[in-house]
Design a protein around this ligand. Structure first.
Ligand code: NAD
Ligand code: 022
Ligand code: ZN
Ligand code: ZN
Length: 370
């Protein structure tokens, strides 16, 4: 078939809106009509050329929601008409990783996904001239239609609005999941969240859901304060306004250090501060932010010897096909909020404006509606 997509032609160039060819689903694959897609950081990271593993030309986008149009041979868990959210972290339920209780990093389609192709080693996308276009993070949601492995789709209820639940495909699940699935924050905890953007705000609402007593938000941008308060932040700290070292200031504010700290900036200096501001003896610091290629973290080992733990999380530790439908339910039941974080809605033609808004720090989340 033919469909309309925003194609990343080369690093550093704007996306080009064009008609592309899309082959039908092969064995174990599913054709999905994407109804809405969010613009997230790693799309920009790849488009800018900063990602050493970035491949071109490709159809980016990893945060979306849509409807199943056709299933390939052997697909048993989905039928046409099902509403789905694409997963950049698959869940096959049978690999060594899926069977291990401590990880969500399914490896079933990981290798081919990283190469921009389907598990059989080929791409379903091509230009009208017949030149291949690569997939991206197994999703390629910047296309009105896309093909994904069955194991990379979460089936969700049909009454949930696509233009809001698309955000559950990355930002919402990553932030809330980091609290609930990775850290397993207990009621009454004290926590610090570094970076109050599209991920940090969801960490904050996850902490509220978990019953944390103190939720400190840290951001260099004062304009992030009011939105964070709305989602449950109890204290705001702008590091630029703190005299002297930030660590003792935060330790004092949290009466000895936080039970849990979260980095949602991707800055390695912030990651160190986050570890050192966690409580001696039991504090856990969770890295969510993706740092620039080749970056390294450091601290004195004594920080760990004295009982702090440094951890990390991908997709909030969520098992996509199992947990994403539950998070959609939480949204529909009013347990979590999404709408205020979607600051901009665009058409596919204007997708490059969404990248500019993100770059300028003017949006929390821009959503493209097809
Ligand atoms: P964002 O740009 O919306 O938010 C980042 C926030 O951090 C901004 O408000 C900014 O003002 C603040 N900030 C920057 N430098 C700071 C500093 N030195 N001190 C305090 N605050 C600072 O980004 P986002 O969409 O929220 O994403 C955050 C990070 O999470 C990115 O690195 C992204 O790649 C990563 N991410 C990771 C996963 C995962 O699975 N691990 C998933 C999604 C996103
Ligand atoms: C999503 N991310 C950033 C903004 N939005 C993001 C980027 C990378 C990861 C998670 C979220 C990530 C963490 C760990 C891994 N990835 C590797 C997982 C593994 O090896 O099993 C990651 C993922 C997908 C891809 C690359 C890196 C890819 O498809 N190219 C989950
Ligand atoms: Zn993302
Ligand atoms: Zn698996």
């Amino acid at each position: 078939m033919r469909t309309k997509a925003a194609v990343a032609i080369a690093a550093g160039k704007p996306l080009e809106i064009m008609e592309v060819n899309l082959d039908g689903p092969r064995a174990g694959e599913v054709l999905v009509e994407i109804k809405a897609t969010g613009i997230c950081h790693t799309d920009e990271f790849t488009l800018s050329g900063a990602d050493p593993e970035g491949l071109f030309p490709a159809i980016l986008g990893h945060e979306g929601a849509g409807v199943v149009l056709e299933v390939g041979p052997g697909v048993t868990s989905l039928v046409p008409g099902d509403h789905v959210i694409p997963l950049y972290t698959a869940e096959c339920r049978e690999c060594d990783y899926c069977l291990h209780p401590k990880t969500n990093l399914c490896q079933k389609v990981r290798a081919t996904q990283g190469q921009g192709v389907m598990p059989d080693g080929t791409s379903r996308f091509s230009t009208l001239d017949g030149d291949p276009i690569l997939h991206y993070m197994g999703c390629s949601t910047f296309s009105n239609h896309t093909v994904l492995p069955e194991v990379s789709l979460a089936k969700v209820r049909r009454d949930a609005p696509f233009d809001k639940i698309c955000y559950i495909g990355c930002g919402v699940t990553t932030g809330i999941g980091a609290v609930i699935y990775t850290a397993k924050v207990e009621q009454g905890s004290r926590a610090i969240v570094f970076g109050l953007g599209g991920i940090g705000l969801n960490v904050i609402q996850g902490l509220r859901l978990a019953g944390a007593d103190q939720i400190v938000g840290v951001d260099l941008n004062d304009s992030k304060k009011s939105m964070a308060e709305r989602f449950g932040m109890t204290d705001f700290v702008n590091p630029a306004e703190v005299e002297g070292d930030l660590v003792p200031y935060l330790v004092n504010l949290t009466k000895g250090g936080a039970d849990y700290t979260f980095d949602a900036t991707g800055n390695v200096n912030v990651m160190r501060t986050a570890l050192e501001a966690s409580h001696k003896g039991w504090g856990e610091s969770i890295i969510i932010g993706v740092a620039p290629a080749g970056a390294e973290i450091s601290t004195r080992p004594f920080q760990l010897v004295t009982g702090r733990s440094w951890r990390g999380t991908a997709f909030g530790g969520a098992r996509g096909r199992t947990d994403v439908p539950k998070i959609v339910d939480w949204y529909m039941d009013g347990k979590i909020e999404i709408d205020p974080m979607i600051t901009h809605q665009l058409s596919l033609e204007d997708i490059n404006e969404g990248f500019e808004l993100m770059h300028a720090g003017k949006s929390i989340r821009s959503v493209v509606v097809y």
